[in-house]
Design a protein around this ligand. Structure first.
Ligand SMILES: [Zn+2]
Length: 85
């Protein structure tokens, strides 16, 4: 019986691990989706970066970007380097 208990405990631990993994995957997917799809931001005025207020080049505006290259690459570099302003 002890073996079964151990297996159940192990399975439970696995479930929890896969749930965390799934959540991380969904967050990663959501982040990736935001990076490639058209962006919107409540404070976006149509031509200036929503983070630092720098003018966004027309080429980026055409891609529906709401952030300048610098701010975008900071986000793409990863959340651990991201500083909320
Ligand atoms: Zn910016």
């Amino acid at each position: 019986m002890l073996e079964i208990d151990e297996q159940e405990a192990f399975a439970d631990e696995n479930d929890r691990a896969s749930m965390i993994e799934l959540q991380n995957n969904q967050e990663a997917l959501e982040r990736a989706r935001q990076l490639v799809s058209a962006e919107t931001h409540p404070e976006f005025d149509g031509s200036h970066c929503v983070v630092c207020d720098a003018k966004i080049p027309k080429a980026r505006l055409a891609l529906m970007k709401v952030r300048c290259v610098e701010c975008q690459s900071r986000i793409e570099a990863g959340s651990r380097m991201y500083r909320h302003q």
